[in-house]
Design a protein around this ligand. Structure first.
Ligand code: 8YV
Length: 330
């Protein structure tokens, strides 16, 4: 019996290809070439599914060219690369990879917060440049983290894992803003208080963004929001590029409207707004919040489980548009 043909769009752990090959005829991209949308469409010809890494755009134009496609399985929790409405109307299922990266990503939120507030990378650059000639009482004095107020925007799984670390590990007061309010017991478990966005920005010593990207969260933080923050505050973006107006942020950092920022994601990444590269009070990392070997393997394994689950056993593990399943009777 011929195996269904699938595409793996980027380089991935060899074990992923081995496992997928047991069930499917796999075309992979271990050379890790970045395909144009046209090339992706061409590679998808005859494929029923694709293993994706969250960066490939799946929209109406692509779907119109790929009539045989049934499933796009992201190995990421974020799925703003999918136009889910277009996928649903084309009868294509989307899956993501939630949960397996929650704790690792929350750890990185703290890595970025600590590095930003305590000026870790800025002081390291100073040292490496041979500028450290003596100790002084105010050299690289940063902002306190323990015991301060953390404002979390977006209180999903990752936001809650950050809140737990903040309240239980760092003795911080947690305030949060989210589309929906948590139940009282969950709020109480990390002493979190629900507030409006404006109050959060005005009150927090540190603001951490962990909300998903969508048209409605575009530029959640722009010049007006930055103007509400304390001049001593830090801003951390762990979520997605586009949630922050990077040009406005660079301007605010240059004029010390806020003290510092830590960014793992950027508008138009992997390009970084040039103005951000010229300000010293920002910590910049290349979208690595989930990057530990164990977590990346777990994320890939969940995408594999979705491919096998849906194509072999008729049941996806983490479907995003399950209405498609109802339609195909899976
Ligand atoms: C990915 C992420 O590494 O899962 C997500 O949504 O942001 C990261 O874990 C990233 O999306 C790779 O494109």
């Amino acid at each position: 019996m011929t195996k269904p043909a699938i595409l793996v769009t980027r380089a991935i752990f060899p074990e992923v290809l081995i496992k997928l090959s047991q069930h499917f005829d796999v075309e992979s991209n271990q050379d890790d070439v970045i395909w144009s949308p046209q090339e992706l469409a061409q590679r998808l010809q005859g494929k029923v599914a694709a293993f994706m890494t969250g960066t490939e755009r799946v929209n109406a134009e692509l779907l119109a060219l790929c009539g045989q496609l049934k499933l796009c399985a992201n190995m990421t929790v974020g799925y703003n690369n999918f136009d889910l409405a277009a996928m649903t109307s084309a009868g294509v299922l989307g899956t993501n990879a939630p949960d397996v990266l929650t704790e690792t990503t929350a750890d990185f939120g703290f890595a970025l917060l600590m590095a930003t507030a305590r000026r870790v990378t800025e002081s390291e650059h100073f040292l490496r440049a041979g500028k450290w000639t003596r100790w002084s009482y105010d050299m690289f004095s940063g902002a306190e983290v323990h015991g301060t107020t953390l404002g979390i925007v977006g209180m999903g799984r990752i936001g809650q894992a950050i809140a737990r670390r903040a309240a239980l590990g760092f003795g911080m007061q947690v305030i949060y803003h989210n589309r929906s309010r948590l139940d009282a017991a969950t709020e109480a478990s990390f002493h979190a208080r629900y507030v409006g966005k404006e109050e959060l920005l005005q009150t927090a010593d540190h603001v951490m963004l962990v909300l998903p990207y969508s048209a409605s969260s575009h530029h959640t933080i722009g010049a007006a929001e930055l103007a509400l923050m304390k001049p001593t505050a830090t801003l951390i973006n762990l979520a997605r590029g586009g949630i922050v107006d990077d040009a406005a942020l660079a301007e605010a950092l240059r004029h010390k409207r806020i003290a510092a920022a830590g960014l793992d994601v950027f508008e138009g990444e992997p390009a970084v707004h040039p103005a951000l590269l010229t300000v010293p009070n920002v910590v910049l990392t290349p979208h690595i919040a989930s990057a530990t070997e164990g977590t990346r393997r777990a994320m890939a394994a969940l995408a594999v489980d979705n491919l096998i689950g849906f194509l072999v056993n008729g049941k996806a593990v983490t479907p995003l548009n399950p209405e498609v399943l109802a339609r195909v009777g899976a």
